[in-house]
Write a protein of this length. Sequence first.
Length: 178
Amino acid sequence: MTSDEIRRAVIRISHEIVEKQAGTAGLVLVGIQRRGVPLARRIAASIRENEGADLAVGALDIEFYRDDARLGHAPLVKGTDLPFEVDHSTVVLVDDVLYTGRTVRAAMDALREFGRPQAVRLAVLVDRGHRELPIRADHVGKNVPTSREEVVRVRVREVDGEDAVDIEHVPSMATAGA
């Protein structure tokens, strides 16, 4: 995806979120650290521009909730900042890529520590398939069919200095040694 394609996808996602919610009342956005946070802020800016409503935006660090963390590996903590009550709100979790579903499951576990939302929805820039858990995004910028030997790299200017989505081929362990 180019920078312009990412911009259009964020605008489309923002419209879908407001439409599904039938407005903005009770709606909050929570970006999953790291690239989900700037995407959540962009969605909030688009909603502000189109609806005139300022949505609360938070950041959620899921590092300690992951089930795929390696023992002995020092976690890279990025920080959680939820400056609002999640109880009785509709929380839209925002992430860059939906793959196995494990990140989203960890995010829902982490979110539970802060209260009980009325509803939790999911918005992602890229859905690449290959789910291992029964999780589906409510709002998707782009569906990108991939193989398991490919990696989707999302870059956002706030973190990486540019906006882009690329697919890279990564040799599997079986072919790497051959």
